[in-house]
Design a protein around this ligand. Structure first.
Ligand SMILES: Cc1ncc(COP(=O)(O)O)c(C=O)c1O
Length: 447
């Protein structure tokens, strides 16, 4: 690979970006990974596949996603002009749907019937359940038990879409544990299952595949900024969990020397061990979950606990492309604390009428810090990877919103009364339910 920091990095034959990446997978998965690599290579050259992808991007996802000039926020902060690339406007409310559409088309080409995935914030699980419902696949979503609790709205919607959510109790019951559980499932069921991995992580070719499908974000930004300002942006900022939205937002700018790229990790509650997910400031190089990259590891080389207010950034490892871009210096990686993230969330909500997901609020926080240091002729594009609906409980709790608390208490009382009323007369209720079931079946209504 070229040492020129402005060259466009592509994974080599063994899936490496410099010393990072690779395909450290159990033997039983190698045929599936090689098949996936070949199908992906063929699909990229196939005009029919490209047409299908463009169709679903436009008509299912709702692309192109809008680019909004944030006049109020820019004025308030002083300095640079801020633009938002709003991936939160996509179907399912985040960028994850981009690689889900791409991978489900690949799964169809491979003749697979069953989809497995992992999810942290639930956005990738939601997007996977959506494409599974749309394309007729069975859907199994592994999610850390802790994330099941804190991202309940997405769990509910995944189930409504027909997906099965499997809470993972092992380890820290977070994203890395969900990835391990999904990998175990794939090893057992590799013949008929595709692992629809949800970020630019995992063994090759997953990081390249997801980067390819997410690169639509930066291609659109390039065109939209040229239309809006006649120029490329000076800065592009994106949050970094595994790294898929950032890889997508940076991709078309990697070879553009004039564009500075900033990735923002979870600074959590501070620098202390276990209190953040800032892999570049305190991580070590290691091989975990099939790839070589920066990981938060303990003295014995075991994966450390992490913390972030946002489940989607609460991950101990970072995608290999980002590790490479960090090493070459092409991208600057920084972090935002939970406190800064909540302040940035509120600022964007109040001044622009946009509710960013907590993950995306990390990128907003960096723009809030950076903008006043720049000139009014300079521009920043913030990739808003998702919207805030899923975070309603976390945000309400952190802002100690008494009205929301009262609503929840009343809701719980009502729900308990409802089940008490049902239990009072179980025979009558059972008979009612049976009758309802018969009617539905008779009319050919779904379950
Ligand atoms: C809205 C949102 N943004 C960002 C992320 C982080 O993932 P990635 O770094 O792959 O974009 C997630 C992960 O769940 C997410 O839900």
């Amino acid at each position: 690979m070229s040492n020129d920091k402005n060259a466009y990095p592509v994974a080599d034959k063994s899936g490496r970006y410099g010393q990072f990446g690779g395909r450290y997978a159990p033997e039983v998965l190698m045929p599936a990974l090689l098949e996936l690599e070949q199908v992906f290579k063929d699909a990229k050259k196939d005009p029919v596949f490209k047409k299908q992808l463009a169709y679903y991007f436009k008509n299912l996802v709702g692309r192109p996603s809008p680019l909004l000039y944030c006049g109020n926020l820019s004025k308030k902060l002083g300095g640079a002009q801020i633009y938002l690339k709003n991936e939160g406007a996509n179907l399912t409310g985040a960028h994850k749907i981009n690689h889900c559409v791409g991978q489900i088309l690949l799964a169809k080409r491979m003749g697979k019937k069953r989809i497995i995935c992992e999810t942290g914030a639930g956005q990738h699980g939601l997007a996977t359940a959506t494409v599974c419902a749309s394309f007729g696949f069975e859907c199994h979503v592994y999610m850390g038990a802790r994330d099941v609790e804190r991202q309940r709205p997405n769990v509910f919607w995944i189930e409504q879409l027909g997906g099965k959510v499997i809470p993972v109790q092992t380890g820290g019951a977070r994203l890395k544990d969900a990835v391990n559980a999904a990998l175990k499932d794939w090893i057992t069921n590799v013949a008929d299952s595709h692992y629809l991995l949800g970020s630019c992580v995992g063994p090759h070719p997953f990081p390249e595949i997801n980067r390819y499908f997410q690169s639509v974000i930066s291609r659109e930004i390039k065109q939209q900024m040229k239309e809006a300002t006649g120029h490329l942006p000076n800065y592009v900022i994106a949050c970094v969990g595994g790294g898929s939205n950032a890889a997508g937002a940076f991709d078309a700018f990697l070879g553009e020397k004039s564009v500075e790229l900033i990735g923002v990790e979870a600074g959590g509650q501070g620098k202390a061990r276990g209190q953040n997910a800032a892999r570049f400031s305190s991580g070590k190089i290691g091989v975990v979950e099939g790839f070589r990259s920066f990981w938060l590891l303990d003295e014995d080389g075991q994966v450390d606990d992490t913390h972030s207010i946002s489940a989607g950034l609460d991950y101990a490892g970072v995608g290999p492309l980002h590790a490479y871009l960090h090493e070459t210096g092409r991208v600057t990686y920084t972090s935002a604390t939970d406190k800064q993230v909540l302040a940035a969330f509120q600022l964007l909500a109040r001044h622009e009428g946009i509710l960013p997901a907590l993950e995306s609020s990390h990128a907003v926080a960096e723009a809030v810090r950076l903008a006043p240091t720049l000139k009014p002729t300079q521009t920043i594009v913030v990739n808003l990877s998702g919207r805030a609906e899923k975070d309603i409980f976390i945000i309400a709790k952190n802002f100690a919103d008494e009205n929301f608390k009262e609503f929840m208490e009343n809701w719980t009382i009502e729900a308990n009364n409802h089940s008490l009323a049902e239990n009072k007369n179980p025979e009558e209720n059972n008979a009612k339910k049976k009758g309802q079931k018969r009617t539905s079946k008779g009319k050919g209504v779904a379950k």
